[in-house]
Write a protein that binds this ligand. Structure first.
Ligand SMILES: *[C@@H]1O[C@H](CO)[C@@H](O)[C@H](O)[C@H]1NC(C)=O
Ligand SMILES: *[C@@H]1O[C@H](CO)[C@@H](O)[C@H](O)[C@H]1NC(C)=O
Ligand SMILES: *[C@@H]1O[C@H](CO)[C@@H](O)[C@H](O)[C@H]1NC(C)=O
Ligand SMILES: *[C@@H]1O[C@H](CO)[C@@H](O)[C@H](O)[C@H]1NC(C)=O
Length: 800
């Protein structure tokens, strides 16, 4: 134990490439694919003329090779009903990257023109698939035994990380008889029924079974005998028996196989949920993936991991170059212009060009807790303490819940740290398990990334030599490094062209523009102005729908804003006021109506209309009434009378709302009660004097009422649920529907939309829980914590 304690101070550095911005995922299309399809297609067209034998020959000789690699032959067992779902998915995901060849085997009359499929003569889809499996192995032997070193018998619901499998297989001598798989001996119920001796096992079929060439060669002549002497109905047990008898080898007795050939017990739910799990990260094959969509999802996840690994590698190389150059006397700030020898630049591609490798000075910064250089006292980075809660200097309330983003980040980091700690577990005969983070510190270095210090509680288990299990603590010093910024160029199509910035007309210009942006980022210059509200690119009407019941004074302010921003400036907007005739506040109603009529008269071109409704007010119904009068291609904007807006918000509405694709739910800034604010600004215009900080107001993260979308999308999503009574739930229900749909959501803070304080009235008739919630909301929007605290201190005696 003391030895472990002594080592606990060892610095563990993990460098993760974090991606800022949006990554472009390129799907590599192999050009062999098309030729395969057409050949198989041909082979099939005249299948009636050819004998089955000829059909098999044509597949055998066709160019189904996925690479010029002769390492592995994959035989996937499938059934007629899964050919177009599971089998096709395998072929389109990991099947593309097999270091060798992949062929699917099914019952006699199965057919596909999209995947290399063999319908095995005389075989049906009955279960258990013993005949199918043995016949497939025989086919693999008869046709490919000399061409490939390894043979994988796979199911159509397994996912294989082909690169890792390749690495594993290349480390094993395929001239010897090997039978690699996850060892099974039957569960307790089956024990004794499988006709296995005490020391006998088999390789479980699900996660895949791998035979070396020698193993397949030895069993092939005896396959008929094996099929004729079945003891059980389990295909994998029988294969194991056959291999043991004729190749003389058992399934690999290795504990590790459970990890690398991973089988999840939860059936349909396996790999359907969170994939960020150590099991997924460690596995070479994963089973079972029952649904094609989960297979694609898993494939994408694995590709993401690969990208991360490459970025890690890239940063490592940058660091190596930087440190090597420093031995040659080249400082890091000279790297970009350094020459290896005369006229041969170290980094030939300048910032802004397509093959630019990133900023060598930034990316090459060595790992160190001092990599951030303080310039002055102000610039010192403070740490925040993580324990059960987060203790932060940034907030007035220093103790906070650990937010979900940080929590997820910590989970990721711990998993990576544990992977690193356990990297040589096998060699050292011990395994270390994570228990908990006792405490930790973290800080954000805006230039380089995140620094973390974790004190972790672990369990040390030694299983070789002197066995023991002891609790240990370890400190880990972790740095997560930012990779460079990625910019994605979005090609807008016709229907979106209204939001197309003028500058990007024509692809050449667009390219130049992007290069300009990249160059400016590289040189720390201000970015060019892309979206200028004054340029005449906004040829799309925004149709404001404003529900109104009472609130005349507030409405007056709203109309003032609307007049200034939309009418006088000739913005392309329309306004529909859905006006509620409410008996209690009839005066407000008639004054509001008069105001609308007045503005209509003053600006005949202004396209302001109203609709009078005689029923109890409900925001959902009001918006529904409003939406009803518009046509399918109209852009709707649902707004509240408390909102003050500016030009830029209109621009964002046009830009972020895309018909059939995307709905914009801005997060508005909500001002506190004006009695707590310095009213130095005019509410009808949002000028720079309004500081959007946490003293003046807050971002309404949980408000979904302000939204813009196209009429047809609104309809397609079912509109608002008008049977929801009371206040404020219809928007949440609608937001929920959008999440479940295939529409994209743009949700972002919009500094051009400010909600001016309006007191919440809590109905005394509400049930207790609702009343508490209402009073809570009321207090939350009243003033900042700082001001409320001062108020409390001043009037403490009143609260006794
Ligand atoms: C496929 O692999 C076989 C055996 O290695 C080889 O003879 C053939 O040329 C390959 N075909 C293609 C298109 O690479
Ligand atoms: C595996 O199964 C367990 C429950 O049996 C589940 O909690 C876990 O999320 C599953 N793992 C994956 C990767 O699906
Ligand atoms: C208002 O202005 C005064 C004086 O400038 C300042 O002390 C106070 O903090 C300000 N209040 C808010 C809410 O910004
Ligand atoms: C509408 O809301 C009511 C009350 O909450 C609910 O019972 C009903 O299922 C909802 N309708 C739809 C279509 O979601």
């Amino acid at each position: 134990m003391s030895r472990i304690m002594a080592r606990k101070r060892k610095v563990v550095n993990i460098f993760l490439g974090a991606i800022i911005g949006v990554l472009i995922t390129t799907v590599f299309k192999r050009n062999t694919e098309t030729s395969i399809n057409s050949e198989i297609c041909e082979a099939r067209t005249d299948v009636n003329l050819k004998t089955t034998y000829e059909h098999l020959e044509s597949i055998k000789n066709s160019a189904i090779n996925n690479s010029n690699n002769n390492l592995l032959f994959v035989g996937v067992m499938t059934a007629a009903k899964y050919v177009n779902s599971r089998a096709k998915t395998v072929y389109k995901t990991w099947g593309k990257n097999v270091p060798g060849k992949i062929i699917f085997f099914s019952s006699e009359f199965s057919y596909s023109n999209e995947i290399p499929l063999i319908g095995l003569p005389g075989i049906d889809d009955s279960y258990p698939p013993q005949r199918k499996s043995f016949t497939m192995l025989k086919h693999m032997h008869d046709n490919y035994i000399d061409r490939y070193e390894w043979f994988l018998r796979a199911d159509d619901d397994v996912y294989v990380r082909t690169d890792r499998l390749e690495a594993l297989l290349r480390s094993v001598d395929s001239r010897k008889p090997w039978f690699i798989g996850q060892t099974g001996r039957g569960n307790n119920d089956e024990f004794g029924l499988l006709s296995l001796e005490e020391n006998e096992n088999f390789c479980m079929g699900g996660p895949g079974v791998i035979l070396s060439r020698e193993t397949l060669r030895r069993i092939a002549p005896h396959i008929d005998k094996c099929l004729g002497n079945l003891y059980t109905t389990h295909e994998d047990v029988e294969l194991g028996r056959c291999v043991r008898k004729y190749a003389g080898v058992p399934c690999t007795w290795s504990y590790e196989m459970q990890v690398i050939l991973y089988h999840n017990q939860s059936g349909d739910a396996a790999f359907a949920g969170d994939l960020k799990q150590k099991e997924v990260h460690r596995a070479i094959t994963m089973h079972p993936v029952k649904h094609p969509q989960h297979m694609y999802r898993l494939h994408n996840y694995v590709k993401g991991l690969t990208i991360q690994e490459k970025q890690q590698e890239c940063i490592g190389l940058h660091r190596d170059i930087s440190s090597s150059m420093s031995y040659l006397g080249v400082q890091s700030d000279q790297l970009l212009t350094a020459e290896l020898i005369a006229d041969v630049a170290l980094y030939p591609e300048p910032s802004g060009s397509e093959n630019y490798l990133g900023d060598p000075e930034l990316l090459g910064t060595p790992v160190s807790l001092n990599r951030f250089q303080y310039k002055d006292l102000e610039g010192v980075l403070d740490w925040e303490l993580i324990s059960k809660s987060l203790y932060s200097y940034k907030d007035l309330n220093p103790r906070k819940r650990i937010g979900s983003a940080l929590k997820e980040g910590l989970t990721d980091i711990v998993r990576e740290v544990m992977e690193l700690i356990n990297l040589y577990s096998k060699q050292r005969g011990r395994i270390i398990d994570f228990k908990e983070i006792l405490y930790g510190y973290w800080r954000l270095d805006p230039l380089h990334g995140v620094d973390l210090i974790l004190d972790m509680s672990l369990t040390y288990k030694k299983y070789r030599g002197h066995k023991m299990t002891v609790p240990v603590r370890r400190h880990a010093y972790i740095q997560q490094t930012f990779a460079d910024t990625k910019i994605r160029e979005v090609i807008l199509n016709e229907e979106e062209s209204f939001s197309k910035p003028k500058i990007s007309d024509g692809s050449l210009q667009q390219k130049t523009f992007i290069n300009d942006v990249i160059a400016r980022i590289g040189e720390n210059l201000p970015l060019p102005v892309v979206f200028n509200s004054k340029t005449n690119m906004n040829n799309k009407y925004i149709n404001f729908i404003l529900p109104l019941s009472g609130r005349y004074e507030t409405f007056k302010r709203f109309m003032k804003t609307y007049e200034n921003i939309c009418i006088i400036e000739q913005e392309l907007t329309r306004l529909l006021v859905v006006l509620y005739r409410n008996e209690d506040i009839l005066e407000d109603f008639s004054r509001s109506l008069d105001l609308v009529k007045l503005i209509q008269k003053k600006y005949p071109q202004s396209e302001i209309t109203y609709k009078i409704i005689d029923e109890t007010f409900s925001r959902g119904k009001a918006l529904q009434h409003g939406a009803d009068i518009y046509r399918n291609n109209d852009l709707l904007f649902f707004i509240d009378v408390d909102i003050v807006f500016n030009h830029k918000s209109l621009l964002r509405i046009r830009h972020n709302t895309i018909q059939h694709k995307q709905i914009y739910f801005p997060i508005v800034y909500s001002l506190y009660n004006s009695r707590f604010l310095n009213k130095s600004f005019e509410y009808t215009s949002l000028n720079n004097e309004l500081n959007l900080d946490n003293r003046n107001g807050f971002w309404r993260q949980f408000g979904f009422g302000i939204a813009s979308m196209y009429k047809n999308d609104f309809e397609d999503l079912g509109g608002f649920n008008t049977s929801i009574a009371g206040w404020g739930l219809e928007d949440v229900a609608f937001y929920d529907n959008v999440i479940k749909s295939s529409m994209k959501i743009i949700r972002s803070v919009d500094p051009g939309l400010v909600h001016v304080y309006h007191p919440v009235e809590c109905d005394t008739n509400l049930v207790q829980a609702q009343k508490d919630m209402c009073i809570g909301t009321k207090a939350n929007i009243l003033g900042s914590l700082y001001d409320l605290q001062n108020l409390y201190k001043k009037y403490k005696y009143l609260f006794r």
